[in-house]
Design a protein. Structure first.
Length: 404
C-alpha cells in the first residue's frame, strides 16, 4: 500500500490554516460588530497569503483609481443624480451635470468592480446599498473630508523638507494647515476657516461617532450603590461631550442616572452648548467650559473624557489631565474612552487605529500605547486602575484615579 501523502507545509500550510480559521469565523458569525471584525480579519489574512508582492502593489493602485473615480462622481453630483430605484445611463447623467458621458461611464465601471453600484445592462447603471452611502449626506461628507486629508497626505514629503522636527509638535504648524496655506492657525482654526470644510468636518464627526461604541466596556450600572449613597456629588461630568450622545446612552443604561439620583453634566464650547435643546439631552445639565482651564465641578463620581486625548501630543494631554485631577476627590474616577495602540503591529489587527494615528499626525495628535497613557497619567498626578476593552479592536475605557 502506498504511503499517505505528507501533510502540507510552508506557505501552503499557512494558507490552509487561514482558510479553516475563516470558515470557522463564518460559521459562528452572528451579525454582531465583534464577529464581523473578526471575520474581516480572517479574510484579510487569507488574501494576504494569496497575494504576491506585485499583487499587493496593483491592489493599492486599483484602490487609488477607485477613490479618484468616486471623487469625480461625488464632487460633480453624478451619484446624487442616479435614481435611488431603477437604472440610468451615463448619457442621462451627463445631460444633468454637463460632464462628458464617457468619463462618467469609466468612473462608474471602476466603482462597479469594487462593489459600489451595479451595471444592470450594457452602459446602464443602478445604485446598490454601498453606492447609496456615497449619495447620502453623512457618508458623502465623510468621503469628502477624507479627500481633503488625502491632499494633505500627498504633501507630507514637502512638509518635512521645509520644517524642523520640532514643528510637527507645534499646534500652529500642523501638516494639514500648511498643506492648505493656513500655517499659523491650529487645525481646528484651519478647518473653520472654510465654511464648506467646517460643515464636512462636523458631519464627519457625527458619522464617525455613530461607528464608535459607547457602552459594552466600563460597567456603569455597578456604580448604583455608590451614587445613591452620595447623590449630592455629580454622577458623570462629560468633558467636551459634544452633543451629549454618550450621556444619553449611559443614562438609558443606568435608568436615567439611577432614577434621577445621579446628576449628569455635559460640558463643551459655547457654540456647541448653544446648539442643543432640552429635547436633545433630557435630564442632562449643560455647562460651558474650556478644558485648558481647571475643572469647575468638584468631586464628581466620574469624569468622562472621550476621544479627546488622541487630538494632542503628550504635553497638551498632561495639561488637560492636570485640570481634571485638580477637581477629583479621593473616590472620583476618570474614564478615558479612547483607542489603545498595540505595542506590536500585526497583520490582521484592527486597521482603524493605524489609519487614525496617521491621520492624527496631520493635526498635531497621536494615538497612544498603554505605556504612553500611564506616563501622561503619572505626570498629571493620576494612575491607571483598569483597562475595560471592547470585544474586538483597539477601543477601550481606561479607568483612572488620583495617584496614591
Amino acid at each position: 500500500m502506498a504511503a499517505p501523502p505528507p501533510p502540507p507545509s510552508g506557505p501552503n500550510q499557512e494558507l490552509i490554516k487561514a482558510a479553516k480559521e475563516f470558515a470557522a469565523a463564518a460559521e459562528r458569525f452572528d451579525g454582531s460588530q465583534n464577529e464581523q471584525m473578526r471575520l474581516l480579519k480572517e479574510a484579510d489574512t487569507l488574501r494576504y497569503l494569496l497575494e504576491s508582492p506585485f499583487d499587493r502593489m496593483m491592489k493599492q493602485w486599483e484602490g487609488t483609481t477607485v477613490i479618484s473615480a468616486l471623487h469625480l462622481l461625488v464632487e460633480t453630483g453624478a451619484l446624487e443624480k442616479m435614481p435611488k430605484e431603477g437604472s440610468v445611463t451615463p448619457k442621462e447623467i451627463a445631460a444633468l451635470i454637463n460632464i462628458e458621458e464617457s468619463a462618467i461611464a469609466r468612473a462608474l465601471r471602476l466603482c462597479v468592480m469594487e462593489g459600489i453600484a451595479v451595471e444592470t445592462a450594457p452602459s446602464t447603471f443602478a445604485h446598490n446599498t454601498k453606492s447609496l452611502a456615497y449619495a447620502s449626506p453623512g457618508s458623502r461628507e465623510f468621503f469628502r473630508i477624507c479627500m481633503e486629508q488625502l491632499k494633505a497626505f500627498l504633501k507630507l514629503p514637502d512638509y518635512f523638507k521645509s520644517h524642523t522636527r520640532e514643528d510637527l509638535f507645534n499646534l500652529k504648524k500642523s501638516p494639514f494647515a500648511w498643506a492648505f496655506d493656513l500655517e499659523g492657525l491650529t487645525y481646528y482654526e484651519a478647518i473653520s476657516h472654510n465654511p464648506d470644510r467646517f460643515n464636512m468636518f462636523n458631519m464627519t464627526m457625527t458619522q464617525l461617532e455613530n461607528q464608535v461604541p459607547i457602552l459594552g466596556m466600563f460597567p456603569w450600572p455597578t456604580l448604583k450603590a455608590e451614587v445613591e449613597a452620595e447623590p449630592e456629588r455629580a454622577f458623570i461630568v462629560d468633558i467636551a461631550g459634544n452633543r451629549g450622545h454618550c450621556l444619553v446612552a449611559i443614562g438609558k443604561e443606568t435608568e436615567n442616572g439611577f432614577g434621577g439620583k445621579g446628576k449628569l453634566i455635559l460640558q463643551d464650547r459655547p457654540d456647541v452648548i448653544a446648539s442643543l435643546t432640552p429635547e436633545d439631552i433630557p435630564n442632562i445639565e449643560t455647562m460651558v467650559i474650556d478644558f485648558f482651564e481647571p475643572q469647575p465641578v468638584k468631586n464628581a463620581h466620574v469624569y468622562f473624557l472621550r476621544r479627546i486625548l488622541h487630538d494632542f501630543y503628550e504635553p497638551v494631554c498632561i495639561t488637560i489631565l492636570r485640570n481634571i485631577a485638580s477637581a477629583m476627590g479621593p473616590t472620583s474616577r476618570l474614564i478615558i474612552a479612547d483607542m489603545i495602540l498595540p505595542d506590536k503591529t500585526e497583520l490582521g489587527g484592527d486597521m482603524t487605529i493605524y489609519w487614525m494615528d496617521f491621520s492624527m499626525m496631520m493635526l498635531n495628535g497621536k494615538e497612544k500605547t498603554k505605556g504612553e497613557f500611564e506616563e501622561i497619567l503619572g505626570e498629571a498626578g493620576l494612575e491607571l486602575v483598569k483597562i475595560w476593552p471592547f470585544g474586538f479592536g483597539a477601543q477601550a475605557n481606561i479607568e483612572c484615579r488620583l495617584k496614591r
